[in-house]
Design a protein around this ligand. Structure first.
Ligand code: NDP
Ligand code: 8X3
Length: 254
């Protein structure tokens, strides 16, 4: 059982929600964040009988708000041993020339700027701990390309490379860094990507037997539980039904 704290961004749904439940079972105090205050409160109501829970309604894109969250942390929640940098999203699957520039900005602002906002503000606290972990949610889209993912994949490639460079800076400091790179997992991710179209999301996962949020939560928890001398650098995971496709070759007509 742990007596330390985990901070999870994007705990209102999917991986973040499942991770909050799992870390609570092991006795971690929880700092749960996300934009949807009502969902955070529901989760806090569910878990607060087990462990102390601190909710912060937070948009990770707002660096000032992230800073205020850290300065205003109650003393009992300052022993943060695990940061799960999970808040993120994809918007759209259109080819680049049809994609919305606003969507591109939102993905970059959330997946890149938001993640570095949180990391930067948390580093002083994490470096004070005898052992700590930063677990960054990258994606298979960090490593592999597919149509309609130019900016989403680009933003997640940033997360993977940021993790490696951060790890270089932090080597030997006690703070481990992991880039976790999942493939298809059924959460609200695709409903968000398809702008609220639940049927389109359901069809995407139909017959796939995708990963479940609890699968990813188990992996996040396992990474955090490794002894201090082990750093899981990166971990890519897919459902067994998913794999890579061939290179695309577009032939000219004779
Ligand atoms: P969900 O849509 O279920 O959850 C996303 C979470 O991110 C929500 O809690 C949401 O909370 C939060 N969030 C989004 N934007 C912001 C913001 N600006 N500020 C604060 N919180 C925000 O998706 P998943 O659980 O599937 O995704 C979690 C992470 O994993 C994402 O980074 C995603 O890119 C990545 N990922 C997902 C995969 C999948 O197949 N599902 C595979 C690989 C990676 P709220 O709306 O309340 O703010
Ligand atoms: C989410 C997984 O395959 O939709 O990062 O890009 S995928």
């Amino acid at each position: 059982m742990s007596s330390t704290t985990v901070l999870i961004t994007g705990a209102t749904s999917g991986f973040g929600l499942a991770s909050a439940r799992l870390f609570a079972q092991d006795g971690y105090s929880l700092i749960i964040t996300g934009r949807r205050a009502e969902r955070l409160q529901q989760l806090a109501d569910e878990l607060k009988a087990m462990v102390p829970v601190h909710c912060v309604t937070l948009d990770v894109r707002d660096a000032e708000a992230v800073g205020a969250m850290v300065t205003e942390l109650p003393e009992a929640f300052r022993n943060i041993e695990v940061l799960v940098n999970n808040a993120g999203l994809a918007l759209g699957t259109e080819p680049a020339w049809e994609a919305s520039l606003d969507d591109w900005h939102t993905m970059i602002d959330t997946n890149v700027t938001g993640l570095v906002n949180v990391t930067h503000k948390l580093l002083p606290i994490l470096r004070e701990q005898p052992k700590a972990s930063i677990i960054n949610l990258a994606s298979v889209a960090s490593n592999w390309s597919y149509p309609g993912a130019s900016v989403y994949g680009g933003s997640k490639a940033f997360v993977a490379q940021f993790s490696r460079n951060l790890r270089s800076d932090l080597a030997g400091s006690g703070v481990r860094v992991t880039s976790l790179e999942p493939g298809m997992c059924e959460t609200e991710f695709s409903v968000v990507r398809f702008k609220g179209d639940q049927d389109k999301s359901d069809n995407l996962y139909k017959g796939v037997n995708p990963l479940l949020p609890e699968d990813i939560a188990n992996i996040i928890f396992w990474i955090a539980q490794q002894p201090a001398h082990i750093n899981i650098n990166s971990l890519e995971v897919m459902p067994s039904s998913q794999a890579w496709d061939n290179f695309k070759v577009v032939r000219q007509a004779d």
